[in-house]
Design a protein around this ligand. Structure first.
Ligand code: E4P
Length: 219
């Protein structure tokens, strides 16, 4: 399963990319609005760091505007992916941009029916938001199960990009269900490293080793 980081923060992306575990980046207007500088330049820098798919979202809600912004985003860098919302215009633009060879990530997906539309429109990625479903007392992971089943039934090539991940359990469950990608905030990726037995185990190894070294130097 691929791991994307869900942020527009260059420093966080650099730090995670240096670990060699990041396959791509997703951004959205809320995330990019938090970062200083021109968003286009920021997206280009992100592409140069991760050298994998980087999603940049259109702001337009009309078809012509989506097409224009989508083409502009795609022209920024070969790694750029155009993020479009799951609306009628978004699906129409997804079909048109995909036919031009531009990769599209259909976002704000909250039902299997919507995911089916994204696949039929030729989306490269579909982004179901599990955390936001959990927030309204609906099982986000059940949606992932449905989408993976439907895509497998018909051999759709659209990749299931599990979004709005709030904790490592979301990532583990997505992986068990066979989702293609999880995108998570840097803090959630950090949490994946943590286990108290790893921390205490390493402390004990180092302490035992120090004891032997101390005994050797006093001989
Ligand atoms: C995905 O592409 C979105 O940017 C993101 O995962 C939304 O997450 P949130 O629900 O935590 O804002």
């Amino acid at each position: 399963m691929k791991l994307f980081v869900d942020t527009g923060n260059i420093k966080d992306i650099e730090a995670l990319a240096s670990l060699g575990i990041i396959d791509g980046v997703t951004t959205n207007p809320s995330l990019l609005a938090k970062e200083p500088g021109d968003f286009r330049e920021n997206l280009k820098r992100i592409c140069a760091i991760v050298r994998g798919p980087v999603s940049g979202e259109v702001i337009a809600t009309d078809f012509d505007g989506m097409m224009r912004e989508g083409q502009e985003i795609a022209a920024l860098d070969p790694y750029m992916v155009v993020k479009l919302p799951l609306t009628r215009n978004g699906i129409r633009a997804c079909k048109a941009l995909s036919s031009e060879g531009i990769r599209v990530n259909v976002t704000l997906v909250f039902s299997a029916a919507q995911a089916l539309l994204a696949a039929k429109a030729g989306a490269t990625f579909v982004s179901p938001f599990v955390g936001r479903l959990d927030d309204i007392a609906t099982n986000g992971m059940e949606l992932i199960r449905e989408i993976v089943e439907i895509y497998d039934n018909y051999e759709f090539t659209t990749e299931v990009l599990v979004a709005s991940c709030r904790h490592p359990i979301h990532i583990v469950e997505a992986a068990r269900l066979g989702a293609d990608i999880c995108t998570c905030p840097p803090a959630v990726i950090d949490q994946m490293f943590n286990h108290p037995l790893t921390t205490s185990g390493l402390e004990r190894f180092l302490k035992d080793w120090e004891k032997v070294q101390a005994a050797l130097t006093t001989k």
